[in-house]
Write a protein that binds this ligand. Structure first.
Ligand code: C5P
Length: 307
């Protein structure tokens, strides 16, 4: 049995460049792994395939990313036996944090380790892209520039350390629906330059990163959710840089220690009162942690990383 922890991702920058004939969208995105983890336990050499989602309803077993990843790898590399996979979910499902994609990446890593598969980064990215647009990033993680549909990756300077607050709305948004809504308003969405974000990361200044945050999908999501508008007003009033992650609804904020205290220790948990759960996290330098790496990270940074 092997255990891995897959990290959530946020998008520091997300611009839709256009609609491709495949129905997918070409993107320019800067992605960052953060310290909120799902636990993924995998046992190989079983008689029958089984997926345990800890009682959560995650749709059909066959359509689940981890099942699709296991089936693809079993066929491609003629792997013997079946797998039992158990997920302990902490990353909000359908929240724009690539939780499911990270779980798929963890299964790829588990297979590589268990069957001593030596795959190049290009081979890993190729397999990941067959499963989903964000899976390749989740295999590597850290801070990366993603282009194409999200599968062409380039490493960027690591994001400056510091607290990030995730505001989990507690509801799910369908990514395909948001991209369709975006297509209807694409002409009205302002455009931004990713170079400002890349320069900000190079500078190591959180203020500069805050000023360069951009998500072109926000305009397709915000009008339908009063709670998102309310949250942005609260964060705006406190002058905290914030952005919706991916296709939402999770919003993240680059918080100062006083903001972390305000939102997590207030009598009413202010964020929670208006929006949902508030989860303090920090940037991390990779997407998949072994159990040993995860425990070491927790020891060094405290345990706000898992809920
Ligand atoms: O690849 P993944 O399953 O994560 O994508 C979910 C959906 O999001 C896709 O089916 C597609 O509708 C939309 N999408 C897109 N362009 C991308 C990534 C995702 O249109 N680059």
């Amino acid at each position: 049995m092997s255990v891995y922890y897959s990290a959530a991702k946020i998008n520091l920058f997300l611009q839709v460049e256009g609609l491709l004939p495949s129905g997918y969208h070409e993107l320019t995105s800067v992605m960052q792994s953060v310290s909120l983890f799902d636990r993924v336990e995998v046992e190989f050499g079983c008689d029958r395939y089984a997926l345990d989602c800890g009682g959560l309803s995650l749709g059909s077993e066959e359509k689940n990313i981890v099942t699709r990843m296991w089936r693809l790898l079993k066929k491609r590399f003629s792997l013997p036996g079946e797998a039992h996979i158990a997920l302990e979910k902490h990353i909000p499902v359908g929240g724009g944090l690539a939780g499911g994609s990270g779980n798929g990446a963890a299964v790829l890593r588990a297979v590589m380790d268990a069957f001593a598969l030596e795959l190049s980064e290009a081979e890993i990215a190729g397999i990941a892209a067959e499963i989903g647009a964000d899976v390749a990033f989740c295999c590597f993680g850290g801070t990366m520039l993603a282009t194409g549909i999200g599968e062409k990756l380039e490493r960027l300077p690591a994001m400056a350390p510091g607290a990030i607050l995730l505001f989990d709305g507690g509801f799910h948004i369908s990514t395909p629906e948001i991209f369709q809504a975006y297509d209807r308003i694409a002409g009205e969405v302002e455009r931004a330059s990713v170079s400002a974000m890349i320069e900000a990361l190079k500078s190591g200044e959180r203020d500069e990163i805050g000023a360069a945050l951009f998500n072109g999908l926000e305009k397709a999501v915000y009008p339908d959710y009063a709670s998102l508008k309310q949250l942005s007003e609260t964060l705006g009033a406190r002058e905290i840089p914030y952005l919706m992650s991916g296709s939402g609804p999770t919003v993240f904020a680059l918080a100062e220690p006083k903001d972390v205290e305000y939102f997590t220790q207030g009598e009413t948990e202010r964020g929670a009162a208006s929006f949902g759960r508030v989860i303090p996290v920090a940037p991390v330098s990779k997407g998949i942690f072994t159990e040993k790496e995860y425990i070491a990270w927790q020891k060094e940074h405290g345990c706000s990383c898992r809920r």
